[in-house]
Design a protein. Sequence first.
Lengths: 440, 378
Amino acid sequence: MKSRWLAVGMMVAVLVGALAASAPAQDKSMFIPLLVYRTGPFAPNGIPSANGFNDYFNLINERDGGINGVKIAFEECETQYKTDLGVECYEKLKNKGGGAVIVNPFSTGITYQLIPKAAVDKVVIHSAGYGMTASADGRWFPWVFNFPMTYWSQASAFVKYVGAQEGGMDKLKGKKIVHVYHNSPYGKEANPTLETLSKQFGFELTLLAVDSPGQEQKATWLQVRRLNPNWIYISGWGVMNQVAVREAAAINFPMDHVVGNWWTGTEVDVVPAGDGAKGYKSMTFHAPGRDFKVHQDILKFVYEKGKGAANRPDVGEVLYNRTIINAMLNVEAIRTAMKKFGNKPLTGEQVRWGMENLDITEKRLDEMGMKGLMRPLKVTCDNHEGNGLALVQQWDGKKWTIVSDWIEPMREIVRPKLEAAAVEEGKKLNYTMRDCSKES
Amino acid sequence: VPAEMDVLRRVSARCEAREPVIYREAGQFKTGYAADQAIFPIAQDRWLVVAGVAALALVPPLVANEYWLQAILIPFLIYSLAAVGLNLLTGYAGQVSLGTGGFMAVGAYAAFKLTTAFPGLSVLAVFVLAGLCAAAVGMVFGLPSLRIKGFYLAVATLAAQFFLIWLFNKVAWFTNYAPSGTITAPTRTLLGVTVTGPTATAEVRYLVALGMVAVFALVAKNLVRGRVGRAWMAVRDRDIAAEIIGIRPLQTKLLAFAVSSFYCGVAGAELVFLYLGSAETLAFDINISFLVLFMIIIGGLGSILGSFLGAAFIILVPILLTNVPRLIGLAMRTDTQKHLELMIFGGLIIFFLIIEPHGLARLWQITKEKLRLWPFPH
């Protein structure tokens, strides 16, 4: 009987304890919430991504004392890549530390959730290389940015690469391409572009969905074997990547004809397949490795002080590099906004201006120790995708190496589709198109 | 016998004056069948519930911040509704179902299709119609329950879960051909107040969710007290015996599936329209079915109150556990914190199931019985 009372007591304690308040805010700082996933089936990719954000923001705080004297305050919140937990994290953190200015959802599903909310809350959404493709039309979606590139541009760059490998775009006719995708908004995102291009260039496209999280793909790869395609394009994430690469190797498919999108090509995705993964390719928009000055700075200013988030050898992983670039883009946008609004903690609205007027030159990349890591980037009011170009990298069994030149996406095909989609998506939210010539 | 009554009243008045008894029914005389069969025959219970609902309607919108309303209380109310629905089917009618997520998805997608096809339709009507769609689908998937029982039925309803999710993924018509397969709740108003869509305030969403759950819980409570509920319980306890006393199993079981799916459907529609704002099929995956099933197991099978307690436990405790380390100023890695949360949460589930296998509702009942005797336990 005593234990029953204990149980009742615990119940009451739990419910009462839930009524507590939030943490105090720092002054002279700007708050950026980090929606991360260090647990669950997407953790293999979530961990290096989260570490990159932490390390770059810590670098800015430790080396430079913040952005022009304004420190970056940030806090992680675990989403497990689940949309409902993502919403909870966003709601929890959006008013913290004087109000969040930028949110990086790090999940296309969560991005879809936040797009309607963030505009109302005046928080910038930066979905760097993911999210809703249509939001690249800044006239309809002023609060959402997906530079350096969208899924659609990426898919067109992939087709261009395949064309080049086959010896010309006209050689694509009659070729078979399979798209193995994660059955979620993320995985489906590339489909419309691939379908358009398949009609235009006459290649045969087969779409094969893999249900989340994607440990079970036997049936999918059986179909792949029966189809015997010329090329395979994979849009996977988390545990699905490792399984897909392993399955591709298991059916003895020529690995240099398997190309992952840029979320399907980091170290942890290929290592489990061992030698079978040799030759596997993936898209990317930056260089792999840690031979850049920014990495030396991170090791020196963050890791030497014991503030590093990752294990030392993992600095320079593909996804790690991607998120330090993502974090850098956030920081530079704030810096850009400070030039206009002054060196003080800014509001979401001011940061939005900074995002829209972001111009990262070769010179600036050099100053930041990122020369060669990525290309210069320019964002405009109507183009929130920027002018990013894609690369193809290949796994040689030990490390990733770049095996292509910068590939210009087929903007003339993608952009009109994107603008049409923006009208559709914008209307769903009762948005109106703004006139970019009137923006300052 | 007025003289005797008078003595009784005087004794009870004396007790009242001397003893600090707070939960006592002495002196509450039932003078008619209606009073005897009331939902809450004890006045204290009645007032507690009325005051509780009133407090829930008044206090949180004034006091709680947006995070509390939007991320904690609204999902709690929505999952409570789903748990009530599943409890009607599993707890009262004894039909185990793992199709809850699928039925919620039917509600959500039906609501989306209805409100985009008929933008003028009132949101409440949309919710109810979406619930009816889910009820129809639920009845179809309830048909096997006539031949299959127990765990086997659970597996059969699992088919509903997987088939429905597959269907919404596969057929683009359900999402109005959105390339991402995401449905977004459009802005809709009720009596001039924005209820759904990004501009709706958390307070309004909360009040709508609370109103719906209060009304539907009352309906459920009355259903299970009446002929229908008794028929369900008879089928649950011994279906052959139920048949012998004249309960038709086909109608009874299908009605249970229909009503339960209706509740789940409304909850699914609310999940998208009042909580998430937009959703894809992943929001209704098998985990949701398990989650709601755990809610009613922990809360108490065959108890409306238990549905609420279970939902509170499953929704609130993990959020609380996530926030505790920060509140007490403990710096902890995000992953450690999450792992700890899962461990403690799992431990608590086992703890409560060992302490009281009949769920939190039974625990509450025991507490009440003790209170009735207090301060004179035998």
